[in-house]
Write a protein that binds this ligand. Sequence first.
Ligand SMILES: NC(=O)c1ccc[n+]([C@@H]2O[C@H](COP(=O)([O-])OP(=O)(O)OC[C@H]3O[C@@H](n4cnc5c(N)ncnc54)[C@H](O)[C@@H]3O)[C@@H](O)[C@H]2O)c1
Length: 340
Amino acid sequence: MKIAMVGLGYWGQKILRNLVSATGAQNVVAIDASVDRLSNVAGTYPGLELKLDLDDALADPDVQGVIIATPVESHGVIAKAALRAGRHVLVEKPMAGTVEEAREMVALAEERQLALMVGHTFLFSPRIDLLGHYLNTGHLGKVHYVTSSRLNLGLVRHDANVIWDLAPHDFSIIFQLLNETPVSVQTAARQVLGGVPDVAFINMQFPSGIIASVTVSWLAPKKVRDLTIVGEQRMVVYDDTQNDEPIKVYDKGVVIPDSPDFGEYQLTYRYGDTVVPHVSAAEPLGRQISHFLQACETGTVHISDGWFGLKVVEALHAADLSWRLDGEPVTVSDYARLGL
Ligand SMILES: NC(=O)c1ccc[n+]([C@@H]2O[C@H](COP(=O)([O-])OP(=O)(O)OC[C@H]3O[C@@H](n4cnc5c(N)ncnc54)[C@H](O)[C@@H]3O)[C@@H](O)[C@H]2O)c1
């Protein structure tokens, strides 16, 4: 089985490294519209087949899967060409720049019974697995709210604003952990550096009543990758910038008295232990590529499939629309009711 890999830029080269280590260079067709990019990777991985155009790779019957890491505006066109040619697809996040395009991709994959997977890389992180375990086993108790911040100075992108570029990470993590998608999204954003928002504050309400707040920025003094989940029993802080102790579980909370007669001054605060669990250091991107290679064998995607990617795109669209409407809350359409 061969895999065609389209787009060999910043992120594509990281994917290529993992792909070559999983399959061997002789089973990879590397594709980029830039000759310079092709000659870069040719020097690093001898034995790679190189092409300027995906169509040439699709003519090879041994190519069973296509990985797409081009700028977002070309995701839909390339993914649909690959699906129409009967190939399984892994497309980078966000899966498309519009809800319509994302829906067409999902519909095509369903119709052709092909695997469509979206590169929400954090969902393959052992750190997110552990947070999911805490939530699924009730370790945190009933969840009240989630906050997430993804800040740095740069990298400013030209193919997307900061919402479409960074928020897919926070949205995918939060939707996966809570196992639900928001009913309503409200955004305040500013265009400080150029023509597109570079900082955004996004608030979300979920059907369960949980609320979440996501801050994304290309214009911040230091790198922040923080997610906090506040539950009735425990609270957890996940700091993705930390290599050794990325997750801390705080046995903290407020005990509310049973009797309604007690006033607020009767609340007691619980300060228990802080636990720092061991988390596997397995590289998420390596796990993501293995998952896709399996999906190419079985035709089934278990994590981050096209439907999930579509939900993320719907929420991104709602968040983007809200700031354009001066922060008016936008109701996220229920993708299941849209007749796909
Ligand atoms: N999952 C993650 O954590 C993560 C991180 C960074 C970027 N990304 C995503 O990866 C994608 C690529 O981002 P990047 O930063 O690598 O971009 P980039 O600009 O560095 O690279 C894009 C590459 O695609 C090539 N290309 C563009 N159109 C093409 C076409 N039609 N056919 C063949 N090649 C084409 C360009 O020549 C370039 O080499 C984006 O969708 C981005 O959102 C994901």
